[in-house]
Design a protein around this ligand. Structure first.
Ligand SMILES: C[S@@+](CC[C@H](N)C(=O)[O-])C[C@H]1O[C@@H](n2cnc3c(N)ncnc32)[C@H](O)[C@@H]1O
Length: 205
C-alpha cells in the first residue's frame, strides 16, 4: 500500500465513512480528548483527521490543526467546521510522514486510526514526535495486533485483504513504541468489543 493508493482509497471512503464508522469510533474519540487534559491556548494536531468526526468534541479554548492526505476527506471535515462554527480549527492537506510544521509546534499530537493505514508507521510516529513539544502528549487510537496468539494469527492472515480496503489489522504496538523510543504511560481498550486501544505517551524526544 503506497501513499497514492491510500489517498485514492480514502477518497472513495469519504461519502460513506461517517455512516460506517461514525458511531463505532465515537467513544474512543471522546475518551482521547478527555485524557488530553487540554489547557487554554493549547495547540493540538490531528494527523489523518479524515472527515473530522472528532472536531466538534474539542473545547473552543484550544487551537486544532487537522491534516490529511485526502482532499475528499478534508472536504467533509470542512463541512463540519462550518456546520458547528468551529473557529478554532484549521485544516491542511499534508502527508503525516513528511509534515511542513516546525519542530516543537504542538502541545498534543493525535493519530486516530491512522498508524495502521500508512505505508510507514515508524516514519509517521517520528514526525509526530518531532512536531510535538518535549513533554507534550502523543496519542494513538487504533486497533493493534491482538495479544491473544490465535487472534493475532488470524489478524496476520486477513491483514493483506484489509490492506486493500485501507487498513492493516496486525500492527504491533509494542514494536512500534520500541522502534520509535516511546514509553506508554496510559493504555485502555475501547469501542465495540474493546477491539481498539487508546494509547498515550509523553514525548521525551
Ligand atoms: C481510518 S481514517 C481515520 C480518520 C479519523 N482520524 C477518524 O478517526 O475518523 C484514516 C485517515 O488517515 C488519512 N491518511 C492516511 N495516510 C495519511 C498520511 N500519510 N498523511 C495524512 N493523512 C493520512 C486518510 O486519508 C484517512 O482520512
Amino acid at each position: 500500500m503506497d501513499i497514492a493508493y491510500v489517498e485514492k482509497t480514502y477518497s472513495k471512503w469519504s461519502n460513506i465513512y461517517d455512516l460506517f464508522w461514525g458511531k463505532l469510533l465515537h467513544p474512543g474519540q471522546k475518551a482521547a480528548i478527555e485524557i488530553m487534559d487540554i489547557q487554554p491556548g493549547d495547540r493540538i494536531l490531528e494527523v489523518g483527521v479524515g472527515t473530522g468526526l472528532s472536531l466538534p468534541l474539542y473545547p473552543d479554548n484550544c487551537q486544532v490543526v487537522g491534516i490529511d492526505l485526502s482532499a475528499e476527506m478534508l472536504k467533509k471535515a470542512q463541512k463540519k467546521i462550518e456546520k458547528h462554527q468551529l473557529d478554532n480549527v484549521v485544516l491542511e492537506k499534508m502527508d503525516a510522514g513528511n509534515m511542513d510544521f516546525e519542530d516543537n509546534s504542538f502541545d498534543t499530537v493525535i493519530a486516530a486510526h491512522v498508524v495502521s493505514v500508512v505505508p510507514d508507521p515508524v516514519k509517521v510516529v517520528l514526525e509526530m514526535k518531532r512536531v510535538c513539544k518535549k513533554g507534550g502528549k502523543l496519542l494513538f487510537l487504533n486497533h493493534f495486533k491482538s495479544q491473544n496468539r490465535i487472534l493475532a494469527k488470524f489478524e496476520e492472515l486477513i491483514s493483506p485483504l484489509c490492506d486493500k480496503i485501507g487498513f492493516k489489522t496486525d500492527l504491533d504496538v509494542e514494536k512500534l513504541m520500541t522502534i520509535t523510543n516511546l514509553k506508554i504511560n496510559y493504555r485502555r481498550k475501547i469501542n465495540l468489543f474493546n477491539y481498539w486501544q487508546l494509547v498515550q505517551c509523553v514525548n521525551q524526544k
